[in-house]
Design a protein around this ligand. Structure first.
Ligand SMILES: *Cc1c(COP(=O)(O)O)cnc(C)c1O
Length: 348
């Protein structure tokens, strides 16, 4: 049976969170003399002298509409990276607990574990970049708190099989985090609508990819209200700044524009893939459900360096297990993609 109580770190269980001035009073008032802000204003023509809403009420309401998820199931972080770190700090006892990752995958799960002194176990993906369920099951012990799944996966670009994720959700009594940073580019549907069914499910999404707002630093964790409550207790009170809250709210009114960009990027991805497979140095272009392509090359490292000389930066994954001789290439603008293809055509 799943018991959140058994997962929460002992020091977090009884934690009373910092109570900010804006926590204690959140209603309408005329005079705010409670938070030691600069009452004269700021050098900017905006009310940035005030602390932002620690609960992001307006922003969560807007996200709730767009995602069709209740506000009490939404946690917002300073990028998904903050959500990842907070999951360790809420649920993993340093020096005792462990988590499982499925490499090749996003690097922050491991870095954040190491920072938090949490042991990592690795269930390497199969050759087809799908989960090795047998290996996964064998790695689980009584101190395993989190299984990190990334779908669509970075850097491989594919979605994990839905039935496999379902299997993990049904059989693991810790948290199953499904990182959906690239879900808007995928054919598969999000796991966000399955939260009611799985009390151990945490879905991560971000404004950094499809929304085009990597610079704002805004990540979302969707989970049970109980999990969200624990993360809320541990987060820094003002983790989402005022500018980010205002601009993200504005962006959320432009869903149509974002969907247009997604469609365009997916079309350009598929077109670029078709061009790339025909190049003599390209051995394979992996199918992608994301806004990048994983491309197997003859001498990826050498090609990476030659591209660099021409001012073109791609991601060299050639020393990553199962990605030998692969470059990860983000879909650029039409012109950037053409520049890339021209450069690849003129390698000497
Ligand atoms: C890019 C990416 C993120 C986004 O992280 P942010 O901190 O929200 O910018 C999360 N997970 C994966 C797998 C990514 O590739």
């Amino acid at each position: 049976m799943f018991s959140l109580d058994k997962l929460i770190r002992n020091n977090i269980k009884g934690l009373s969170p910092y109570s900010s001035a804006r926590d204690e009073f959140s209603g309408e008032a005329k005079v705010f003399l409670d938070a030691n802000e600069n009452s004269l204003g700021s050098p900017l023509n905006k009310w940035y002298n005030r602390y932002p809403d620690p609960h992001q009420v307006k922003l969560k309401a807007a996200i709730s509409q767009v995602k069709a998820v209740n506000t009490d199931r939404i946690f917002l972080g300073n990028g998904s990276d903050e959500c990842i770190d907070l999951l360790y700090r809420c649920f993993c006892q340093p020096g005792k607990d462990n988590v499982i990752i499925c490499p090749p995958t996003y690097g922050m799960y491991q870095v954040s574990a190491e920072i938090n002194d949490v042991a990592i176990k690795k269930a390497t993906l199969l050759d087809n970049y799908q989960l090795d369920l047998v290996h996964l099951e064998n790695l689980v012990d009584e101190n395993t708190k989190i299984i990190w799944l990334c779908s669509p996966n970075n850097p491989t670009g594919n979605c994990l099989n839905r039935e496999d994720i379902e299997m993990v959700l049904n059989n693991f009594n810790g948290l199953v985090v499904v990182d959906e940073a690239y879900i808007n580019f995928a054919r598969q549907r999000s796991w966000v609508q399955e939260l009611q069914e799985y009390p151990n499910l945490v879905v991560l999404q971000t404004f950094s990819k499809a929304w085009g707002l990597a610079g704002l630093r805004l990540g979302m964790a969707f989970a049970s209200p109980e999990i969200v409550e624990v993360m809320d207790r541990v987060k820094p009170p003002y983790n989402i700044n005022q500018v980010t809250q205002e601009l993200a709210l504005q962006a959320l009114e432009e869903v149509g524009q974002v969907n247009d960009m997604i469609r365009l990027l997916v079309d350009m991805r598929d077109a670029l893939a078709e061009v790339l497979v025909q190049l003599p140095n390209v051995e394979k272009v992996y199918p992608s459900d994301a806004n990048f392509l994983l491309v197997k090359m003859k001498d990826a490292r050498g090609i990476y360096n030659k591209l660099l000389e021409q001012g073109i930066v791609v991601r060299d994954r050639s020393n990553v297990k199962l990605c030998e001789d692969c470059l990860r290439i983000t879909i650029g603008t039409e012109q950037e993609n053409t520049t890339l293809v021209d450069a690849l055509n003129n390698l000497n």
